[in-house]
Design a binder for this molecule. Structure first.
Ligand code: AHR
Length: 337
């Protein structure tokens, strides 16, 4: 399991700590105010549902759709009142949504940050309002880990490493020219999956990443970038896609170029959503590393605990596996998403 190390160590961190101390003082002052109306962040009255504000990245992929459904279904099952906001892959929309949740005095805020950096100010506002924050799916890059209660999600570096390890074991003969379809620039899974993969192939001089570009985690992005790669990189024999949607877009581009995906060009991706698993079982993808989107039940459980003031682990890592073509064919029918 990887632990994320802060990338922004600077005067900003010192300022954040000073501000955090001020926020703590403000929080204590809020706690000692008269209790006629519940203070923001106070546990809801007995019988009242917990109100959760959730800011979702968007609807960029099959994974994201399954993740949204899991959160909405689990909130309903747990009796949590969910205020759901779709940021359409824009950080500014997520910041606006979080500010609006603070104004509405929700009991808990959860969000999946579209990119890693730039969250300290708004998270400090939540902390000052005494509203606990839970990171789901993606991490933030902040030195101040008191700005959130816990981070629930995958180990993306480990996912990238599993993809690279498989390639090392199953590389086509001769020089291996990999093109990489990266996720959204600045997003934790894009940064970490790149890092894990690079680490896994590092000791193999016959494997090299000849081009790497973002396809923004979308099918259309994957297709467009792959079309350009096929023109500029005639020796490509492997695609490493940071998610299934981009791999599926790449398959369309490869077929349009008259090549056979999974045979002429080996394809490795991450997620294991239904469409990806179908392509894997059909031989068009060669290997998929699972990234589990069904975070809803664990998120509701953590939310209930933080609202009740109970301790929670700072990091909750999702359990995940990998799939070969044969394994995909076996489990496809029972796949939930
Ligand atoms: O953060 C998880 C990633 O985001 C998924 O792998 C990708 O499909 C999604 O868009």
């Amino acid at each position: 399991m990887s632990t994320k190390t802060p990338r922004l160590i600077s005067r900003r961190g010192v300022l954040a700590r000073v501000a955090a101390t001020v926020a703590l003082a403000a929080g204590l002052a809020a706690c000692s105010s008269p209790a006629s109306a519940p203070a923001p962040g106070a546990a809801p009255a007995a019988g009242e549902p917990i109100v959760m504000g959730f800011s979702q990245v968007g609807a960029e992929s099959g994974w994201r759709t399954a993740n949204t459904k899991s959160i909405q279904d689990s909130a309903a099952a747990a009796g949590v009142e969910l205020k759901f906001s779709d940021a359409q892959q824009k950080q500014e929309n997520q910041i606006k949504a979080i500010r609006s949740f603070i104004q509405q005095k929700v009991d808990v805020i959860a969000f999946s940050p579209v990119v890693e950096t730039g969250w300290d100010a708004v998270l400090l506002e939540a902390k000052r309002a005494n509203i606990p924050v839970i990171l789901t799916d993606r991490a933030v890059d902040s030195e101040d880990t008191t700005l959130y209660k816990t981070f629930l999600g995958s180990d993306f570096v480990a996912e990238g490493k599993k993809a690279g390890d498989w390639l090392v074991q199953n590389a086509p003969a001769g020089p291996v020219a990999v093109v990489e379809l990266q996720g959204t620039t600045g997003a934790a899974p894009a940064i970490d999956r790149k890092e894990g993969f690079a680490e896994a192939i590092a000791a193999n001089p016959n494997i090299s990443v000849v081009a790497s570009q973002t396809g923004d985690f979308t099918r259309s992005g994957g297709k467009q970038v792959m079309e350009a790669f096929l023109k500029s990189q005639p020796t490509i024999n492997v695609v490493y896609a940071h998610n299934d949607d981009m791999a599926l877009g790449a398959i369309e581009a490869i077929e349009a170029a008259g090549k056979v995906p999974g045979k002429d060009i080996t394809i490795i991706s991450v997620d294991a959503v239904k469409d990806g698993m179908t392509a894997l079982s059909e031989g068009k993808i060669n290997f998929i590393v699972e990234c589990n989107p069904l975070l809803g039940p664990q998120l509701m459980d953590l939310a209930q605990k933080v609202v009740a003031g109970e301790p929670v682990p700072q990091r909750v890592v999702t359990e995940e596996t990998t799939f070969t073509q044969e394994q995909a064919a076996e489990v496809l029918a029972s796949r939930q998403y």
